[in-house]
Design a protein around this ligand. Structure first.
Ligand code: E4P
Length: 222
């Protein structure tokens, strides 16, 4: 299972990247717009924080396939490796994904709203597909659609990786984890909820208090 952080906030990336073995960071134009600094500076800093083997995803802005390809190449030029252009799975985006794949360039097909749409992107050579779980809920059961997508890609023996995105509840994340989803990309708050638990905080407090009251020490002195 791979785990990406869906934010461009460098403080949050540093904090969570220190705690977890993250596989990388995903961004989109809206996520980058939330930061108060220039997006070029923010991307540069994220690249500095990440190890070479961690992926960074950045989305193209053009809406025609030639423009998307040009944007994708600019994005790729920002880093020696593991920089992945995200391309919306519009008809123009699918053209761009196909042409980039012909050149051996990995892309992530984003803004996916159905399993068949993801299948078409995978068939065109997208290395990653990002189904928008919560946003899909306006049309169908988003979690179930992603589970069907996993099965569909495996049925056709496709290696495309599902990066499930766009969550509104922890329950959606749990259901996908229990079903063995390839990867998740999570906003920082949802990511923290994977490992923070009030029960763990109170249990460790209880252990420390027992130790202090019995030995009158705060640590191990051995
Ligand atoms: C991830 O890559 C997507 O851009 C993102 O998760 C979309 O999430 P949202 O529905 O919270 O905007």
């Amino acid at each position: 299972m791979k785990l990406y952080l869906d934010t461009a906030n460098v403080e949050q990336i540093k904090e969570i990247n220190d705690i977890l073995r993250l596989d990388g960071v995903t961004t989109n134009p809206k996520i980058l717009s939330k930061e108060s600094r220039d997006y070029r500076e923010v991307i540069k800093e994220i690249i500095e924080i990440l190890d070479d083997d961690q992926l960074l995803f950045m989305q193209v802005l053009a809406s025609d396939h030639q423009g998307m390809i040009a944007d994708a190449k600019k994005i790729l030029s920002l880093r020696k490796k593991n920089m992945v252009p995200k391309i919306p799975a519009t008809p123009e985006g699918l053209k761009a994904i196909k042409l980039l794949s012909n050149e051996g360039i990995d892309t992530l097909a984003t803004a996916i709203y159905s399993a068949p749409q993801a299948l078409m992107a995978a068939k065109n050579g997208a290395r990653y597909v990002a189904p928008y779980v919560s946003r899909m809920d306006s049309f169908t059961d988003g979690v179930q659609e992603v589970i069907m997508l996993e099965q569909t890609l495996r049925n056709y023996n496709m290696q495309t990786e599902i990066v499930a995105a766009s969550f509104r509840t922890q329950e959606q994340i749990r259901r996908l984890i229990y079903n063995g989803v390839d990867s998740l990309t999570l906003a920082s708050d949802f990511c923290r909820k994977l490992y923070e638990h009030e029960g763990t905080v109170s249990a460790t407090k209880e252990f420390a208090e027992a130790w202090r009251s019995r030995f009158n020490e705060d640590g191990l002195n051995i």
